[in-house]
Ligand binder design. Structure first.
Ligand code: AMP
Length: 196
């Protein structure tokens, strides 16, 4: 049985960094970032990767079938039973599709949805700072101010509905991302490891 934690947060919330540190600290926890998995597919140079790059470079969401397939494959192939996935769901469509899937899948239990919460201003400062600090050739194609605005809007638009859905299921856990990395990681790690 796979115990799954979904981690959502604005671009710049630190969700990928937090989750990867927690997985490094715990041999029984594995972490996948939807953005990283999609970028790996792009880097592979496959036809699918080429299609995905068209969405990522604009800050748009990749189509439902691609992202669902990506995360289900990752969960099923995970080498350990506690799986952290950050960056999903990012739309009500993804939320509903996953709910149907989890209800059918006897092998997956959704333990919690963790929201790493930061203000839009903090998110913007972090993302635009990340771009300024990136080594030449290492910049993310989607870290420009214009694309940031689109990514932020895409994150914010469905958020209230996503929060309401998981609150009603008693699955939503909100963690403040406006603290030091160590504090956020400690808080999230304690929560994840305390879940039976
Ligand atoms: P991230 O690294 O989480 O900021 O994601 C980078 C980009 O990958 C996003 O702007 C989207 O284009 C794509 N992406 C990541 N997660 C998803 C998802 N759940 N659904 C659709 N597209 C996604």
């Amino acid at each position: 049985m796979k115990k799954l934690f979904l981690i959502i947060g604005a671009p710049g919330s630190g969700k990928t960094t937090d989750a990867s540190i927690i997985a490094q600290n715990n041999g029984a926890i594995v972490h996948y970032s939807t953005g990283d998995m999609l970028r790996e597919e792009v880097a592979s140079g496959s036809a699918l990767g080429c299609e995905i790059e068209g969405y990522i470079s604009k800050g748009a969401l990749v189509p439902l079938d691609i992202i669902v397939n990506t995360i289900v494959t990752a969960i099923n192939n995970a080498p350990v039973d506690t799986v952290l996935i950050d960056g999903y769901p990012r739309s009500t469509e993804q939320m509903t599709a996953f709910d149907v899937l989890v209800a059918k899948e006897e092998n997956i239990e959704l333990a919690s949805v963790i929201e790493v919460r930061v203000s839009e201003q903090v998110a913007r400062e972090r993302i635009l700072g990340r771009r300024a600090e990136a080594a030449p050739g290492q910049e993310r194609s989607d870290d420009s101010e214009e694309v940031f605005n689109d990514r932020m809007k895409i994150y914010t638009d469905p958020l209230a509905e996503i929060q309401a859905f998981y609150t009603q299921k008693n699955l939503l856990k909100v963690i403040s991302g406006e603290r030091t990395l160590e504090e956020v990681v400690a808080d999230m790690e304690a929560f994840i490891t305390s879940k039976p």
